[in-house]
Design a protein. Sequence first.
Length: 301
Amino acid sequence: MAALGTSCVLSLLAATGCGLVLQGRYQRVRVSSTPGGATASLGTDTLATPATFDVRRHPETMLLSIKRDAYYSACRFMAWEANLGFLLMDGQSVVPLLIDSIAATTPGEYQDIDVVLDPIPDGYPDVPLPDELLRDAWLHGVDLCYLPKEAIYWVRLKARFGDETMRVVASPDDSSRPYAVLAQVDVRFKGTDQWALGFGPTQSGIRSWYHDWFWGSGAPSHETQSGFAVARQHEHTEPHADIDELLKLKALALFGDKVDALLKVQHQELPANGAAATGLAVHFHEQAPEPDRQSPASEHL
């Protein structure tokens, strides 16, 4: 600490900021992934992992994207950690603080990043979030790069089966059509996960960007280019439509094109804005025609 104090005294005499002298204007950030060999992009730089990026030592919103064939894309916002000791030393005089400001150098550093990538199952698409959506959410205090695990599950199901839910009926009633029961399907959701998908309660009056992107209602044009097949224009107006959508997704994941409807659907409100739903996944079939019955007399004709 004495050495650092001496350095800062010397820097003050030279009218130079502590951050600039003791840490430099740039730093190296290491980015690794499991598995390796992914493409990491930060600003205009693109490198293969494990990679080292040279970044300016100044806190700003920097978005890192990581992609690899056969794995889901990932993203991370660079985490800045201020060096309080150097900041206090800078604060001892206006000159070093001003110099660091002019040099766009702040005492502190970005943290190294390690990302574990999830493999994409057969038949599923990648689900990259648009950068504009990620940055907009981040500016409002929401990090969409860290969705709850349950929310990620539904996002990936939506990407795979979202175009098929329109044909599946969800009804609280039974059906007069003949059908075979496939199984009972249950969905249970926490309030925090509902919010992550955009159909839970909003906070601070902020519009849910994720609702528009996930459900496809009123999605801005840049969101329709994300490669996510849910950007069609529609809005759910009936009660419980959103939780019913998840019920359909789960049924499609379990039974594919065999499921035609979810019958006798029941809903339950849970504490902390949670919700649950259950229903019977069924496959409709045509009623077998009655066999022609001939009279005994005609059988001998």
